[in-house]
Design a binder for this molecule. Structure first.
Ligand code: AMP
Length: 284
C-alpha cells in the first residue's frame, strides 16, 4: 500500500475510522520532519509491534522558545515522505498550524522538578508546547502505542507523566538513540552544521562516553566537572549544561548510591546550532 497522506483532520479521521473498524492496532510516531535514520528506527519498531503505522510531521511553533530556531528548523517534506514510504509506514499526517491551533491556545503543563531543570530551565515553555501538541495528536489518533526516542530523554519522561496524569490508553515505547558513525547523536539539526562545527560536535558524545569510563574513579559532582572541562576545551563548542541526575526523578546525585541509575545529560551549541545528548552511566 502506498503511503497515505493526510493534511487535514477530516481526512485523517476518515482514514482512522476505516482502520479502527478492522480492529487494527495503531503504532504512532510523532516527528517534526527532516527525517533521518533515528526517526526511521522508531517507524521500524512500530511496524514490528502494530498492524498499522502512522507518523506525523509538524514543526510545532509552541515548543520553540527561540523564533530563529523555529525559522531555521529544516523542512524536507518530499524526502521525508519517500523515507516513510520506503520504511513501510502506512500513513502520515502533515497538518498546517491552523489545523492544530485553531484558537492559538497555549498549554499549562508543569511537572515540578522534571519541568524546571535542564531543558525546562534553558528552554522556558518548551515542554508546555511539546505536551500541548502531543496531547492534541494523541486525542486525534488514539494510538495503541506511541514511539519516542531516548535522545530526547527529558521529553520522554514528560510524555510518560502526561499519559499517567491524563490516564490515556496509550503505551509509550522508548527507543535507543541512533548515532552517526563518529558517535554524534542523529538529529535533524545536524544538517545545519558546517564541517568545522560538525567536527567539534563529535566531541559531545565522546565526552559522555568518556564520563561513563571514568565513573568508577569520581563522585557524580567530580565527574560533572571533568566532563564540563573536557567540553570547554573544544573550540567551537559552547556548553549550556552538563549534569548527572537520577533518570527517574531528575534530582541531582550527590553519591552514586543515591539512586539505582544515573544519567548524564547535556546541551551544547556548535556554532549557532543547539544540540542535546545523553548517556546512561549505570543500570540498564
Ligand atoms: P523530532 O523530529 O526531533 O521531534 O523527533 C521525533 C522523534 O524521533 C522523537 O521521539 C525523538 O526522540 C526521536 N529521535 C530523534 N533523534 C533520534 C535519534 N538519533 N535516535 C532515536 N530517536 C530519535
Amino acid at each position: 500500500m502506498p503511503l497515505q497522506l493526510h493534511t487535514t483532520i477530516v481526512s485523517l479521521n476518515n482514514w482512522l475510522s476505516q482502520v479502527k473498524k478492522r480492529d487494527a492496532s495503531i503504532g504512532f510516531v510523532p516527528t517534526m520532519g527532516a527525517l533521518h535514520e533515528g526517526h526511521i528506527s522508531l517507524i521500524r519498531q512500530a511496524k514490528k509491534e502494530n498492524s498499522v503505522v502512522m507518523a506525523s510531521i509538524f514543526v510545532n511553533p509552541t515548543q520553540f522558545n527561540n523564533s530563529e530556531d523555529f525559522l531555521h528548523y529544516p523542512r524536507t517534506e518530499a524526502k521525508d515522505r519517500d523515507m516513510l514510504s520506503e520504511a513501510g509506514c502506512d500513513a502520515v499526517f502533515i497538518p498546517d498550524v491552523s489545523q492544530m491551533y485553531p484558537d492559538n491556545e497555549k498549554g499549562h503543563w508543569n511537572f515540578g522538578l522534571l519541568s524546571s531543570v535542564l531543558e525546562g530551565y534553558y528552554r522556558p515553555g518548551h515542554f508546555d508546547g511539546v505536551l500541548t501538541i502531543v496531547k492534541k495528536l494523541f486525542d486525534l489518533v488514539r494510538p495503541t502505542r506511541a514511539y519516542f526516542g531516548e535522545k530526547d530523554f527529558q521529553q520522554l519522561a514528560h510524555i510518560r507523566r502526561l499519559v499517567q496524569v491524563e490516564k490515556m490508553a496509550v503505551e509509550i515505547v522508548s527507543c535507543p538513540t541512533l548515532r552517526e558513525p563518529g558517535g554524534l547523536a542523529m538529529s535533524s539539526r545536524n544538517r545545519r552544521l558546517k564541517p568545522a562545527e560538525y567536527a567539534a560536535a563529535l566531541h559531545i558524545s565522546s565526552v559522555l562516553f568518556g564520563m561513563k569510563k571514568m565513573k568508577e574513579e569520581l563522585s557524580p559532582a567530580e565527574l560533572e566537572i571533568w566532563g564540563r572541562k573536557e567540553l570547554e576545551k573544544i573550540s567551537g563548542l559552547r556548553m549550556e549544561y552538563l549534569e548527572i541526575v537520577d533518570p527517574s526523578t531528575f534530582a541531582p546525585l550527590a553519591e552514586w548510591e543515591d539512586a539505582p541509575n544515573a544519567i548524564a545529560l547535556t546541551a551544547v551549541y556548535a556554532g549557532e546550532v543547539r544540540l542535546i545528548d545523553n548517556l546512561m552511566l549505570s543500570g540498564y
